[in-house]
Design a protein around this ligand. Structure first.
Ligand SMILES: C[S@@+](CC[C@H](N)C(=O)[O-])C[C@H]1O[C@@H](n2cnc3c(N)ncnc32)[C@H](O)[C@@H]1O
Length: 240
């Protein structure tokens, strides 16, 4: 998917890094970190099925001979399965992010609660204490936005008050895209009207990086070239 291509191309993995990927899914981001010289790579997911895919992908794609570390796979909710003293140089996440009407059963890989932010809200407070001093957090997510700010950006700025927060808007989708698929569900109209009354005007695919370099605060970075490069990669895969 576009989001994995963007995150893999953008993530700042340095040789010898200890990397944690929350919401591991298939493991593609963690495996790419192992290919790029990470010394330790840990992935956490609540889904046994996702972890089976990640484990199979690691078996096929990681090589001891190339000096790549094994993918350490842990099952559980966000930071819960980690040892108390575990700290990382880079924490990655591509969380479930779809806004879903209240009380509705929906895919675990996508269910982000009523405003799409439930998992992001749950994980952000735990990130700073799991980072080694001066290290990095990177996330690719879709998020609702009002005229002022993307809602996920607002949460990251609040969770990392002393960090530089770099935000790249990768893609914009029409708001109706998130709503219309649920239009036959109970509670749809009330849910939609509530979000609109909270000022939602759009949906963005967003890459966010929080780091200690430079002055604290929000820095917007143009992503046009990166988006074109990702789309070119995806088109090439589709042709081959
Ligand atoms: C958007 S998917 C990640 C996709 C992944 N980046 C990939 O390329 O396959 C979100 C993942 O988060 C997992 N997840 C949902 N809630 C979680 C939680 N509370 N703790 C850990 N993992 C969770 C889901 O099982 C799913 O695999």
């Amino acid at each position: 998917m576009f989001e994995q291509v963007f995150l893999v191309r953008s993530m700042d993995v340095r040789k010898g890094d200890h990397v944690l990927e929350l919401c591991l899914g298939s493991g593609v981001n963690a495996l790419a970190a192992a290919h790029r010289g990470a010394a330790r790579v840990v992935g956490v997911d609540v889904s046994e099925r996702a972890l089976a895919f990640a484990s199979a992908n690691a078996a096929v794609n990681l090589s001891r001979e190339r000096g790549e570390p094994p993918l350490e796979i842990l099952r559980g909710n966000l930071f819960e399965p980690l040892a108390a003293e575990d700290r990382f140089d880079l924490i990655l996440v591509n969380p479930p992010f779809e806004p879903v009407p209240p009380g509705m059963r929906y895919f675990l890989h996508s269910h982000g609660g009523e405003d799409g932010l439930d998992v992001i809200r749950a994980l952000l407070p735990g990130v700073p204490q799991r980072l080694r001093p001066g290290r990095r957090f990177e996330m690719f997510t879709w998020t609702l936005s009002d005229d002022r700010l993307e809602w996920a950006t607002d949460l990251v700025l609040a969770a990392f008050p002393d960090f530089r927060v770099e935000v790249r808007r990768a893609e914009r989708a029409p708001l109706e895209v998130c709503f219309t698929k649920f239009r036959d569900r109970p509670g749809y109209a009330v849910w939609r009207d509530r979000l609109i009354s909270q000022g939602v005007t759009g949906v963005w695919g967003l890459h966010v990086r929080a780091l200690r370099d430079g002055p604290a605060g929000l820095v917007r970075i143009d992503a046009m070239d990166e988006v074109l490069a990702c789309n070119a990669t995806i088109s090439q895969w589709r042709r081959s």
